[in-house]
Structures are given as structure tokens and as C-alpha cells.
Design a protein around this ligand. Structure first.
Ligand code: NDP
Length: 318
């Protein structure tokens, strides 16, 4: 790959359905895009198993396979990839300057941001080390491993309640632990949860510690913030459902974001407040957060970048 400081027409930051689709459209439009794909290419779908809701796969498709196919399709049209993370970006003037963690620097006429969002964790001791050993932030990915087992889910929003309901397909019982005495999840989701005989809600309760042995998670130490009582709750699995954090830290406040840090896009377009910078996928979508909607927005971002470049070209040739 040419890493001299030439100006590229399109740089896509982040892989996943949004980034790959943007790359497909940009490369087919002859824009020779570079995707700076991070160190875990493919995004959240690479940690899932069966994807049954992506159109075109009547029998379903494995998440990692879907991502590998998407990437392969972009390579056919000349997309280039760099396994690196963007650590610094200067969006104050065009061409935009990007600096990666491997020291490479790039200039770009347009930038498409598709860095996704990551699940939030509680920040408890050993929480991260126990991922895959009883701790998970993805019921869809890991629920299967808890057949006839006891699981606890933490959170009171749509994510937690959706995870709890999904987990009842496998687990013998699902305890939903919430720090308040009411949920903020949508009414239909709450109705579904209260009607599910396999879900038991533990109100006003905070998880303080995850206990484990060589087999993985064994119990949770919890604190009731109304009674001040502290108890130990045996469990096989502990699922986080406390929301997601958009991956926008590297932008260092240069783009307008909403109260939760999601990039704000304009109306139905993927345009950000900076001309020439577009955002697609979960980094700008706290609502749908689906592979297919991310892919759709990736297509839109590439088309907007292409039209932006055409308009700039027309201006300079007046
Ligand atoms: P939310 O921000 O809506 O909810 C997060 C939940 O986690 C809250 O109940 C919050 O508690 C709790 N929480 C946060 N931090 C902690 C902590 N440190 N300790 C304990 N509890 C904590 O996030 P969601 O991911 O649930 O939803 C995000 C958006 O996505 C929403 O708009 C939602 O409607 C949407 N969504 C829609 C779905 C659907 O329609 N199928 C599915 C999933 C999400 P508290 O209430 O006390 O603040």
C-alpha cells in the first residue's frame, strides 16, 4: 500500500456492515477507498453466531462469514485495507489529516466514519477477564451456552429487557437486576418482560462483585440500595445490558454529537456538521442498531461522499 502522504479521495474509518458497504459503493464508483479497519475487523457481528435477519440468506448466516463475504466483495473492486486504529484526526481543514497508531499518516478529501459502538461494562474487578467465562454483553452471541442454567442480566432499558427475554429460550431462570424500582424500557418491552414466567425482577439492586472459580462465574455480590442489605446470588452467567457507547473518542470533540456521544447526522442524510465528513452505522444510530440498517447507511454515506467530490470538482473547474 502507498503510505506516502498523497491525498486520498475517500478514507473509511472502521469496518463492520456500514464500513464494508460504504467501501463497496465507493470502490465501484472508482474512488479507490482506503478502509482503516481497526484491530478487530468486522465489528460486532464477528462475535455473533447465527444471523437470521440479514436478507438474502434463507437459512441464516454466521456473523463472521457475513463479514468475511462483505469484505471479499469490496476487494473485488479495489478497496484497500489497513489494520490500524486512527488515534488522531484533524477535521479543521480539507484535506483532512489522519494519524494511525502504527504511525502512518493520511490525507483525505472525504472521510466516512463507521466506528460503531461498544457495549458498556460496570467496571467491576475481574469483569473483563471473565468475558467468555460467564460474563457477556451479548445475549445473542452467548445465550446458547446457558441452556438450563441460571443467569443474571443487569440494566433497565430496552437492551437489558430484550436480552433477558432472549435468554429465557435457554436458561432455566433469568434474574433481571435493576438499580431502580422502575424500568426505562419501552412499554411493550416491559409488558413482554412482566408476562414472561422465566424472568424474575430484582429491584433497587446493584451488582458489587463477581465471584468465580476455575470453572468461571459462580455468584454475584449484590447490594439493595433501599434496605442496605448485601446478599450473594448464585449464577452461571452474568449479562450486561446497560447500553452502548459510540466509538467517537478519537474525534476529540471535533464533530457534533448528541447527549450520548452518537454523531449527529442531518435529516435523512449521513452528513455530519463538517462538509466532507459522513457517518454511518451504529456510531450515529442509537435506535435501530441492526446490520441491515448499518449497511444501508454505509451505502448512503458513500453516495454522499461521491456527490460531494463531484460538486467540489465542478467548483474547481468553473
Ligand atoms: P439505555 O441507556 O436506554 O438503558 C441503560 C440501562 O442500564 C438503564 O436502565 C440504566 O439504569 C442502566 N445502567 C446504566 N449504567 C448502569 C450502571 N453503571 N449500573 C447499573 N445500571 C446501569 O440503553 P439501552 O441500550 O437499553 O437502549 C439504548 C437505546 O436503544 C434506547 O433508545 C432503546 O430504546 C434502544 N433499543 C431498542 C431496542 C428495541 O427496540 N428492540 C433494543 C435495544 C435498545 P437507569 O434506568 O437507572 O438509568
Amino acid at each position: 500500500m502507498d503510505t506516502t502522504l498523497n491525498t486520498r479521495q475517500v478514507i473509511i474509518i472502521g469496518s463492520g456492515p456500514a464500513g464494508y458497504t460504504a467501501a463497496l459503493y465507493a470502490s465501484r464508483a472508482g474512488l479507490n477507498p482506503l478502509v482503516i479497519e481497526g484491530h478487530e475487523p468486522g465489528g460486532q457481528l464477528t462475535t455473533t453466531t447465527d444471523v437470521e435477519n440479514f436478507p438474502g440468506f434463507p437459512e441464516g448466516v454466521m456473523g463472521p462469514d457475513l463479514m468475511a463475504h462483505m469484505k471479499k466483495q469490496t476487494l473485488r473492486f479495489g478497496t484497500e485495507y489497513l489494520a490500524a486504529k486512527v488515534t488522531d484526526i484533524d477535521l479543521s481543514k480539507r484535506p483532512f489529516k489522519l494519524t494511525c497508531d502504527n504511525g502512518h499518516e493520511f490525507l483525505a478529501e472525504t472521510v466516512i466514519i463507521s466506528t460503531g459502538a461498544s457495549a458498556k461494562y460496570l467496571g467491576l474487578k475481574n469483569e473483563m477477564e471473565l468475558i467468555g467465562k460467564g460474563v457477556s454483553a451479548c445475549a445473542t452471541c452467548d445465550g446458547f451456552f446457558y441452556r438450563n442454567k441460571i443467569v443474571h442480566v443487569v440494566g433497565g432499558g430496552d437492551t437489558a429487557l430484550e436480552e433477558a427475554n432472549f435468554l429465557t429460550r435457554f436458561a432455566s431462570i433469568v434474574y433481571l437486576v435493576h438499580r431502580k424500582d422502575h424500568f426505562r424500557a419501552s412499554k411493550p418491552m416491559q409488558d413482554r418482560t412482566f408476562k414472561n414466567p422465566k424472568i424474575q425482577v430484582i429491584w433497587n439492586t446493584e451488582v458489587k462483585e463477581i465471584l468465580f472459580d476455575e470453572t468461571g462465574v459462580t455468584s454475584l455480590r449484590v447490594h439493595n440500595n433501599k434496605t442496605n442489605e448485601e446478599t450473594f446470588r448464585p449464577t452461571d452467567g452474568f449479562f450486561l445490558g446497560i447500553g452502548h457507547e459510540p466509538n467517537t473518542k478519537f474525534l476529540k470533540g471535533q464533530i457534533t454529537v448528541d447527549d450520548h456521544g452518537y454523531i449527529k447526522t442531518e435529516g435523512t442524510h449521513p452528513d455530519t456538521n463538517i462538509p466532507g465528513v459522513f457517518a454511518c452505522g451504529d456510531v450515529q444510530d442509537p435506535y435501530y442498531r441492526q446490520a441491515i440498517s448499518a449497511a444501508g447507511s454505509g451505502c448512503q454515506a458513500a453516495i454522499r461522499a461521491e456527490r460531494f467530490l463531484e460538486a467540489e470538482h465542478d467548483k474547481t473547474n468553473l
